[in-house]
Write a protein that binds this ligand. Sequence first.
Ligand code: ZN
Length: 414
Amino acid sequence: MSANLTPRAKFATTLLRTAAALSRATGRGDGSVIGGRVGLIVEPRLLELLAEGRHVVLISGTNGKTTTTRFTTAAIEAIGKVATNSFGANMPTGHTTALAKAPKAEYAALECDEHYLGQLLDAASPKVVALLNLSRDQLDRAMEVTALAAKWRQTLQTSAGQSTIVANADDPLIVWAASVCQRVVWVAAGQSWTADSAICPNCGSHLDRFGEFWRCTNCGLNRPSPQWSVAQEGEAVVGPDGRRYELNLQLPGRVNRANAATALAVASLFGVDPAQAAPRLSEVASVAGRYAKVEREGRQLRLLLAKNPAGWLESFDMIEPHPPVVLSLNAREVDGFDTSWIYDVDFTSLAGRKVVVTGDRRTDLAVRLEVDGVDFIVVDDIRAAIAAVPPGPVEVVANYTAFQDIRAEFNRVN
Ligand SMILES: [Zn+2]
């Protein structure tokens, strides 16, 4: 904890809080980024100083890190206060703010942008690092996904130190990156998207897959035996000793059961009894608007965020089989201007249901659905989409800025 801060660090922390509060008061978001920036200018080692003496977990990966961080926080709160960057400010400025805002928290659960993992390993000396998955992401075209895995592998080798890694045994890129570490707890967290791991990240040969198992035909890199997994039957996580921990999640889909498995694996490394932690996960109803349920004109909308091809596939697995589906696609800066990735996503599972298409790039999406033989109608915006479907449940799937637009329409629902 931060009891022993230097005078400079205390001053930096005070300025950070002031800047964040001003930013909030002037309606510019939650102030995490600007606050952290100010604090780090005054004391460049502020993140390190604030992390000192706390038990930290870093959570990173392409998809699911916000939800897994939320689950992990809920689980560890069974034994103490947890500092967390719950608003998705997942770079060092956001981490610094999260720690500054919770000076008395003995624990910290920090969602970490994939590109800052090395920096955070050095600054926060985490007790645990959870690595979820790596796949192509429109938010970031700066680095090809295998190159990112290679960077992680190198970073973990030099900087993981005393950390225990909780890693997804089903993602070959994650296994390759994490296998350089001494202490790894493997979780069968699944991989719905296999297009980015058809070949071995270690040697470039073909990967064979048999059911859940995968193995390189050349160098022998293969799926490690997981200690934690999602139960085949019912909604539960199975722990290292074979014991079942029943889940009663409000968040949908197998992907979220896998996120829960990772959270329980992490929490148990912090000394939390998984039996005590599991029921706490069911209290999470939505995460920064994701999975939020909103009502408008007799329609019950459920909002699903899907930022990249893997995310879209996962969302189709989460939606109920019958309700109409609204798809909204934008291509603004943070989404990536190029929408060609929608051709990587198989939309055929939507055939036979009512599909409404909207967003800035609705025409691109319409052409894509046409190619997959899915019937649809095109409308101008979410209001028109609501009017186009009958009263009752509606599933809404949107990429990043499209999702934020829809949240704004519902007064930034959380
Ligand atoms: Zn290989």
